[in-house]
Design a protein around this ligand. Sequence first.
Ligand code: C2E
Ligand code: CA
Ligand code: CA
Length: 560
Amino acid sequence: MKRKMEGYAERRTVLVVEDNDMNREILCDLLEDDFNVLQAENGLVGLLTLEEHGSDISMVLLDVYMPLCDGFTFLERKRESGRFDSVPVIVMTASDSVDDEIRCLKLGATDFITKPYNIEVMKNRMQSLIRLQESSAMLNRLELDELTRLYSKEFFFHNASIVLQGDPDARYDIVCCDVENFRTMNERYGREQCDRFLHDLAGWLPQVLPGMILGGRLGADVFAFLTEHQEHDWTEILKNAHFQPGPEQQAMKFSIKYGVAQNIDREISVSNSCDCATLALRQIKGRFNTPVAVYNEEMRRMQLREHQLVEFAEPAIENREFQIYYQPKHSLESDATGGAEALVRWIHPQLGFISPGMFIPLFEKNGFITKLDFYIWEEVCRELRKLLDEGIPVVPISVNVSRMDFESVDLAEKIATLADKYNLDHSLLHIELTESIAGDNPELIAKTLERLHENGFIIELDDFGSGYSSLTSLNTLTLDVLKLDMSIIRHASATSDYSILRYAVLLAEGMRLKTVAEGVETADQVAALKVLGCDYIQGYYYSKPLPVREFEQYIAARCA
Ligand code: C2E
Ligand code: CA
Ligand code: CA
């Protein structure tokens, strides 16, 4: 009776390449108890089978002398293709020719076995080789990022810290590199092209960074490198480094930014040093012609302040330090206030007034934004209820919804429950989502918006035309209103070229969306927007964001 091998639940597939029919049949028969077996009568058929079944094959048993394509040629071609490097090959040699064996090993064979073989010994050897291969592949996968072959984040931190523990006199720099607006590039050029781009970029960077020791991929498009400390100014060093993408990516428009932490402190973790480098990098995001920033004392102070803000955030909700300002939206059709946007401000007892531009990005990073946003939505609902109860006229209020809020699968239900708690008509609450949101988890976002819409909430797409725009979001998301970013309005009045603005309004009209122009400051801008057919105007021309009491007076005077 044939005995099954134990302790190895899932059957692996092996490919037997052997020209002698009888030998092959016997061997396959013996192996079939423990493996799925594929057969090939010569090296050529073997290569084709490998192509067809690829990664399903865990091992190849290879005869050396065969017609058409022998074992040596098989090994050579396999190596050239490079795609099956992880499939081990055991060569079966009839003779005890040491030369053949050496030649096979040089061509990449993993092991050899001399005929006639003992089948039990052979099976055990096969199983242990497969196991070894699989576990090293797994380790490799974890250690190296598959796309770029740089270290994955954790391994980069670990290996870099080992380097730092070495020579106590050596000094090091960390260089972080980021591709600007990579999410938009992904949407525009497709994932495959962008993967190719990242792969090539990751291959090029180590060549242009002097003293490069090791590199890692910290995020989708963020790389970090540990280098020997450079006395030279990094801005000078990288001034002439221009990445040339491959032929298929030539048309891509991109911008690469570098953040550097020089002469890093061994007392702090590599991950913290990378934070310093990326903080420097963040300062030059969107700044044309400034590709490099080096971490400095001023940034250190800012970092401390950021830590402080994060630390103070939780008690600030309890102490009611977050206040809501309301900025009216003027309806051009009715020439009256047609709505308002709720904008948060933080009035800290010691630090004073803190603008949302300062703390929202921090809270988006650490996740606190979901708590703050929910708090703001509830405050807005409470205010609307209060006004209704007092018989003061109300207008719909827009609240901002962050990207992270959409990670909660029941966002639509949460907002609906909140509005119902205050017995509010859902049309009184508008939801503003930023354009850049659309790239994240498109299906979940699309579904949530649909549900919000079904529930009667009005959806506004914020910051349209801000540079993060993508027309895809217009087609795939359920929207009611397009908010034109203040940059398009500024551009139009600064250049007297209204074509982009006109196009945006026409686009909205074509899609039956209302338009709100943001950041409108002058009478000329209002006049132009009126001609173009824009529906609402929000901006300092009509009013700055107002504290709640002033806002109440404002609408009382303007809404009959
Ligand atoms: P946003 O949603 O695009 O808000 C419009 C910003 O433009 C506001 O800045 C507003 O004060 C400002 N603004 C309005 N009219 C004018 C104008 O005529 N000229 C100029 N120069 N600026 C004008 P603010 O209040 O500093 O808010 C900045 C950003 O912070 C907001 O941009 C929004 O993305 C975010 N934000 C504010 N409140 C919240 C909130 O409660 N939750 C979330 N998630 N984000 C918020
Ligand atoms: Ca907004
Ligand atoms: Ca906006």
